[in-house]
Write a protein that binds this ligand. Structure first.
Ligand code: BGC
Length: 417
């Protein structure tokens, strides 16, 4: 399989670079924010595969969960006229960079390998600008998950994962009464926004989520449902330990692993941490969707910036082809905690959380309850997302009322739109 693919890729590349004598299998500088244990393991599979094909990989990791620091670094690099060859970038951000003329396309590879036939159409659209692929997706992450330690839950007689926010609050109250931190959380704006959007899905449902966090509908943003969402976020604030400010998300995951907290609310990159530590899903840790029948979508992709030189251009083509290969999509996603972006990769070797993610994704597409993540840059522009993050974090760290939060949020979004 690997050999056949290599031959196919070699053929594609020969066709693409006809007339140019290539020296190696290309060079890439890859800017990404995958620096936690599970993330580093996952991106390591891409580096190894690229090097195994004879390419040169220059790693540019920028620490900082959620990627805000990486995006700041990227802007500085582009402004300085020295962009990296490939950048972990997603959602509307891809379009924003493409509109500025900052990207190279990889349509030749996409045509030769018929990416359109193997990607969910909604995801393919995000990867294209003016009808041409400028990015290649590596995965589908789900944002709306509870991760729990079953031994900790057993201490308060709980064997089932909560299915409503009221259920969750009841379990959390029991844990509090037993002197156990219910919720492991890191107080960083993107993490606050992650739990906020999961709460909005549970309180308001997928249609409400879309109206408020994607369409930025003012009636939805100022509704009683939004007030109720902030009320639940206030409840969650009461369930975190005093040391939460500034904590990295993977350290919060480690608290659940070590039995220092009952739950974490986080996307399934948290599963990558459990797996990297040798933990087994269903035994050492539990996964279950947070309340609300829907699926909050986050997908990582690599975007190809405008670089020149045969070696760099070839590196982009080889990397694009590698990212989309079925073998890579399987290996990478087994480590990352996500599921493949390609629809034709068998999931037999994936664990129960991944199987659940896939089944729920298919169901959400069928019922129209798939929603793009606001917190993870799949839904709205960076500037409007910034307003959400600022307000949610201010609310989380103050005694602001839910009514005031809703009004301030609506005002800030209206100004930024
Ligand atoms: C990315 C994940 C990453 C997580 C934490 C998310 O926005 O999509 O790939 O693991 O941030 O860094």
């Amino acid at each position: 399989m690997q050999t056949i693919r290599k031959i196919a890729v070699a053929g594609t590349l020969a066709a693409l670079s006809a007339g140019t004598a290539a020296k190696s299998d290309g060079t890439v500088e890859v800017l990404h924010w995958w620096t936690s244990g599970g993330e580093a393991k996952a991106v390591g599979t891409l580096k190894e595969a690229f090097e195994a094909q004879g390419g040169v990989w220059n790693d540019s990791p920028i620490a900082g969960g959620g990627g805000d620091a990486a995006m700041t670094a990227l802007r500085a690099r582009v402004v300085a006229g020295n962009p990296p060859t490939a950048v972990q970038l997603k959602g509307p951000g891809i379009q924003e960079w493409a509109q500025q003329g900052a990207l190279n396309e990889v349509q030749g590879v996409a045509d030769a390998e018929d990416w359109d036939a193997v990607l969910p159409p909604a995801l393919a659209e995000i990867m294209k600008y003016d009808g041409n692929y400028v990015a290649a997706p590596v995965n589908i992450h789900r944002v709306d998950w509870f991760w729990a330690n079953p031994e900790v839950l057993a201490k308060v007689g709980v064997t089932e994962m909560p299915t409503t926010w009221d259920d969750f609050n009841a379990v959390a109250d029991k844990l509090m009464a037993a002197g156990i931190t219910p919720l492991a959380h890191g107080g960083q704006p993107w993490q606050d926004a992650t739990i906020f959007e999961d709460v909005v899905l549970g309180v308001g449902g997928a249609d409400f989520f879309r109206k408020a966090l994607v369409d930025l509908d003012m009636d939805a943003l100022t509704s009683a449902t939004m007030v109720a969402s902030f009320d639940q976020l206030r409840k969650l604030r009461g369930y975190v330990d005093p040391n939460f400010p500034g904590r990295d998300w993977n350290l919060a995951t480690a608290m659940v692993m070590r039995g220092e907290a009952g739950f974490q609310i986080m996307g399934d990159w948290a599963k990558g941490e459990f797996l990297a530590a040798g933990k087994v899903p269903g035994k050492d840790f539990l996964c279950a969707p947070t309340p609300g029948s829907g699926f909050v979508l986050n997908s990582d992709s690599f975007t190809f910036f405008k670089v020149s030189g045969d070696d760099n251009l070839k590196g982009q083509q080889v990397l694009a082809s590698l990212i989309m290969s079925p073998d890579f999509q399987k290996t990478f996603n087994l480590a990352k905690g996500s599921i493949p972006a390609r629809t034709d990769v068998p999931l037999d070797d994936f664990d129960i959380c991944a199987q659940k993610s896939h089944a729920d994704l298919v169901a959400a597409v069928a019922s129209g309850s798939l929603v793009p993540s606001m917190a993870h840059e799949m839904a709205i522009s960076r500037s409007v997302r910034g307003e959400f993050l600022d307000l949610v974090t201010e609310f989380f760290n103050s005694d602001m009322s839910s009514e005031d939060a809703v009004q301030k949020l609506a005002d800030a979004v209206a100004r930024a739109m």
